[in-house]
Design a protein. Structure first.
Length: 329
């Protein structure tokens, strides 16, 4: 099942204004916006060198390709460097200077062999290379002076996920779900967004919809730790609904504190109610009194709680310390 086919992703994610606001790009968007080659590559003259190179390099790196019509290696370099600069999509510009027609700049820079490519940054020569070098070397050169290509779509998705997480922490489930859904429109198999949307649906009490979001996922995606935790959380909720009235279980324990079966049931109920501390304490109490009960079932259940809560959740950290003191005392 893809996010684009998912009715719940669509219902929460069709707020494409949210996508725009938080930077998530639409599905199949290019990594960066294409810049017309004519704006990236140009010829210059001695008279225009200050404008085309020195001033322009204060905005972005400018590569100056010094060449001549009679130069064989120049003819080899030209299509390669123009291709790489075009694919760099605006990270650098290329300015070509025919040294036969305009020899003074090359002379001032001490260029004695062509082709020669000099990178200008902030109005000054910064780096360069000579000769018809391979395409891979040109790419490395551009990455060195301009930084590597940034995937704008991924950056937008990361920003949207961070904002969605903040909404969850604030208890704003509607806006969080909207952003998770918007991410799924751009990246239908984003595990973080799938798990986040399902968790929002669980919080909203929409358990069937949450289960549907996580149904028929590709095998590798279904193995994601975050998604597996949400599926286990759904299983725990569905199991707890069948365990009876927690008040009745409390009364049973008041009459018989060693009714370990009732205590484990109550722990499962308190867990899905969100009282993680009480849930853990019930299981830890069973472990203290009878590690053999249900083949150490209390410990096994507590470890499943940890999987859902996450390793850094305060309840996990606290319960794990108490568990260690029981196991190793």
């Amino acid at each position: 099942m893809s996010g684009n086919d998912n009715p719940y992703a669509a219902s929460y994610g069709n707020q494409m204004t949210a996508t725009a606001s938080y930077g998530a790009a639409p599905a199949q968007a290019p990594a960066t916006a294409a810049v017309p080659a004519g704006e990236l590559i140009k010829e210059t003259t001695t008279a225009n060198f200050t404008r085309d190179v020195l001033e322009a390099s204060r905005q972005q790196p400018v590569l100056v390709d010094f060449w001549a019509p009679w130069c064989g290696p120049c003819k080899q370099l030209t299509p390669v460097i123009e291709k790489v600069v075009t694919e760099a999509q605006g990270r650098v510009r290329l300015v070509k200077m025919n040294i036969d027609d305009h020899p003074s700049i090359a002379g001032q820079l001490g260029i004695q062999s062509i082709p020669a490519v000099i990178a200008f940054i902030d109005g000054r020569p910064a780096d360069g290379f000579m000769g018809a070098v391979p395409e891979s070397q040109i790419r490395e050169f551009i990455d060195k002076i301009a930084g590597p290509m940034v995937d704008d779509q991924q950056a937008g998705i990361d920003a949207a996920l961070a904002e969605a997480k903040a909404f969850v922490e604030q208890g704003d489930i509607e806006n969080a779900a909207g952003l998770f859904g918007a991410v799924l429109q751009a990246d239908p198999e984003n595990a973080t967004a799938l798990a986040g949307l399902a968790n929002c649906l669980i919080t909203a009490g929409e358990l069937e919809q949450a289960r549907e979001v996580l149904t028929d996922l590709p095998e590798e995606l279904a193995k994601d730790a975050g998604i597996a935790a949400v599926i286990k959380k759904l299983d725990q909720i569905e199991e707890a609904r069948k365990l009876g009235d927690p008040n009745a279980l409390e009364q049973i324990l008041a009459a018989d504190p060693d009714d370990h079966g009732a205590r484990i049931k109550l722990a499962k109920i308190r867990n899905v109610e969100g009282d993680r501390e009480a849930a853990a304490d019930h299981l830890l109490k069973v472990m203290k009194r009878d590690r053999t009960f249900d083949d150490d079932g209390a410990r096994r259940e507590l470890l499943q709680f940890f999987e859902v809560w996450g390793p850094m959740d305060p309840a996990t950290l606290s319960a794990r310390r108490k568990l260690s003191s029981i196991l190793f005392s």
